[in-house]
Design a protein around this ligand. Structure first.
Ligand SMILES: Cc1cc2nc3c(=O)[nH]c(=O)nc-3n(C[C@H](O)[C@H](O)[C@H](O)COP(=O)(O)OP(=O)(O)OC[C@H]3O[C@@H](n4cnc5c(N)ncnc54)[C@H](O)[C@@H]3O)c2cc1C
Length: 607
């Protein structure tokens, strides 16, 4: 078993790196969230489960988050808020998702999504007004969805026609919009030009409370199976006047903005949702340690034990891809279109698959809505809902498919043909504690134009590892796996370059989608390898080849013929690490941060 790292959430690093105020805030937020097992805690498990049963958000919990000033996390620091880094923002929100997915979406993500077109296209006055609203605890909603059109934004029909006074008249409706019934403001995606083409839609920043009564109805509510506390609502507009000053950016420019700023949300959302998987694993680990069968705890049975260990490794994979994707927004924004789609596809998929397997370990208690493990069934219902929010897996793969041939030609084949090895000078992408330049929306691109500094690094990683393994036998398995991933990249390059024209479009067939899926696995493997390669010795567990070898082993199992389970020694060491974190009340992600548990719960087994 490896030594546990000593870095605490608030420690100044020994290498002199500056204080990480975002990690300090994370520590404070975790303290505010408090002990989940305290029945009097307004953000504890009992309050969260009770609110979910009633289809509400925990009211006292919302008040506590408002008092913490969560809204300021959604507004850029330059405008008086606290948003600086996408990776740290995901980590902060992860703490809330660990506690309650509904609170994460309902009290948070929605306003973050709505803010992005404002920070991207708004005038200085619009930006300051929105930032002040968020910092003061107000809400802005992102109103895109119309059930008639779903993901097909080109057909969105809410009309913003010209009004006599030079403003707009809204006619039509929006559905499935979080918080629209109670928000102060909305960013509406509306049609301002009836002509076909990509310039028919505009963003309008609308003061909802100022709309004239009788012209708007915001009372619709859509109950859901998971995320039940979320106030998914709808609005109906009937010749509803809004001023010309509501326009964000240029008229007709909303589609291009959406395609860019949604890269930001798709890169950070999955990193938050990792918290749901973390909590599910903690619940089942507690059960497996307490429940006695055949004279020993369930966790001593080989199969449940491997399910727990595999779920831990998959969480680490999810976190590596999430963090690298979020850092991409700052460091290689022109490559974010593909990475955003990849992380939004893979993370919810892995988490849901583990939710199913962990549910089997939890047995009958996986569907009981009361008792000591009831949090599990709530998370299991929340995950599929949050996976669909903001783009399904299929939509994400459809964004990748058209880019495959160019990636093959411009990034992968040249990387495979190169003969270089050693450090490649672009390691900031993987160094999770390194500072980042600010996020520049102007540098986001609609496509990567064939650039890929992540999967494109696999051949270099494989060559390096083969060289190191010659003198370090503990790296032999990892080197073999990295070589397999590099070979898979070569195969993917060949097959992508040979795709016929129709298979290079979003309406391509299954073959192209399978290639896109394989590519996502390569990106995840490269993210894990990169994080491990650049970890410092002081990062302890992160610098140990144990986890990255297990991660590549699991990813390789998805690529090819079924592999066996993790080698026994590695599985044992990983289970020890998992148990040590559990006993020590630490997270199961790459950061191993402190949890606000007073003590590891000994719940006993419900009858
Ligand atoms: C918890 C939650 C909160 C939400 N909050 C908001 C909000 O605040 N504001 C808002 O505007 N919306 C919100 N939504 C709506 C959400 O964004 C939509 O559900 C989403 O856009 C998908 O639309 P749809 O489900 O109608 O799917 P559709 O687009 O109708 O898709 C139907 C099917 O076609 C597939 N498909 C679609 N396009 C492609 C393609 N190109 N290639 C292959 N397959 C494809 C889909 O995967 C799906 O299987 C929320 C949803 C949830 C679950």
């Amino acid at each position: 078993m490896t030594a546990l790292p000593t870095t605490s959430a608030t420690e100044v690093r020994a290498d002199g790196a500056r204080r990480d105020t975002a990690l300090e805030r994370l520590d404070r937020l975790e303290t505010l969230l408090g002990d989940p097992y305290d029945p009097a805690n307004p953000l504890g498990e009992a309050a969260v489960l009770g609110a979910d049963e009633r289809g509400e958000l925990p009211a006292d919990g919302e008040r506590a988050l408002a008092a913490y000033g969560l809204g300021a996390e959604f507004a850029p620091a330059a405008l008086g808020g606290r948003f600086e880094r996408a990776d740290r923002f995901a980590l902060l929100m992860r703490a809330i998702f660990r506690r309650d997915c509904s609170l994460g979406i309902g009290h948070g993500v929605t306003s973050f999504i709505a803010g992005l077109p404002i920070w991207s296209d708004g005038s200085p006055e619009q930006q300051q007004r929105a930032a002040d609203l968020l910092c003061g605890g107000g809400r802005i909603v992102a109103a895109y969805t119309e059930l008639d059109h779903g993901s097909d934004f080109t057909r969105i029909s809410l009309a913003a026609g010209p009004a006599a006074d030079g403003g707009y008249l809204l006619d039509g409706g929006k559905q499935l919009v979080n918080n629209i019934g109670r928000a102060e403001a909305a960013v509406l995606f509306a049609r301002t030009d009836e002509r076909p083409g990509s310039r028919g839609h505009s963003h309008l920043l609308v003061d909802l409370d100022a709309l004239p009564a009788g012209h708007v109805d915001r009372t619709a509510r859509y109950p859901t199976s998971g995320g039940r506390g979320c106030l998914l609502g709808g609005a109906r507009f009937d010749s509803c006047p809004v001023p010309a000053a509501a326009l964000l950016g240029e008229e007709g420019g909303a589609m291009e903005t959406v395609l860019k700023v949604f890269q930001v949300t798709r890169c950070v959302l999955p990193g938050m949702v990792v918290g749901v998987g973390d909590s599910q694993l903690r619940t089942v680990l507690a059960f497996a340690g307490e429940r006695q069968l055949y004279g020993a705890p369930v966790s001593a049975l080989p199969l449940p034990r491997s399910v727990l260990t595999d779920a831990f490794v998959d969480l680490l994979i999810c976190d590596a891809l999430s963090m690298v994707a979020a850092r991409t927004l700052h460091l290689r924004p022109a490559e974010a279109s593909v990475r955003a789609a990849a992380v939004k596809y893979l993370v919810p998929k892995l988490l849901q698959e583990n939710s199913y397997r962990l549910g089997v370990v939890l047995g009958a208690r996986s569907y009981l809505r009361e008792g000591p493990y009831a949090a599990f069934q709530k998370a299991a219902r929340d995950l599929p809902v949050v996976a669909l929010a903001h783009a399904s897996g299929a939509v994400c793969l459809a964004n990748i498919v058209p880019q495959l041939p160019r990636l093959a030609e411009r990034a992968w084949q040249p990387a495979l043909d190169a003969r270089t090895s050693g450090p490649d000078g672009d390691e900031a992408l993987f160094r999770l504690h390194d500072p980042l330049p600010s996020l520049d929306f102007g540098r986001l691109e609609l496509t990567t134009r064939g650039a890929d500094g992540l999967a494109g690094r696999l051949p270099l990683f494989a060559r390096d590892l083969a060289r190191q393994a010659a003198t370090r036998p503990e790296l032999a398995e990892l080197a073999g796996l990295a070589g397999e991933f590099s070979d898979t990249l070569a195969d993917l390059a060949r097959r992508s370059a040979a795709l016929p024209p129709l298979e290079r479009t979003p309406v391509a067939g299954r073959r192209s989608f399978l290639l896109a899926e394989r590519y996502v696995l390569l990106l995840a493997a490269a993210a894990c390898l990169g994080v491990w390669r650049t970890a410092r010795r002081s990062d302890g567990f992160l610098a140990d080849p144990l986890w990255v070898t297990a991660a590549l082993h699991r990813l390789a199992g998805r690529l090819g013929p079924r592999r066996g389970p993790l080698p026994q020694a590695a599985a044992g060491a990983l289970f020890d690490e998992l148990s040590a974190r559990h006993d020590d009340a630490r997270t199961f992600d790459l950061f191993r941060t402190r949890l606000a548990l007073r003590a590891v719960p000994v719940k006993g087994v419900a009858p």
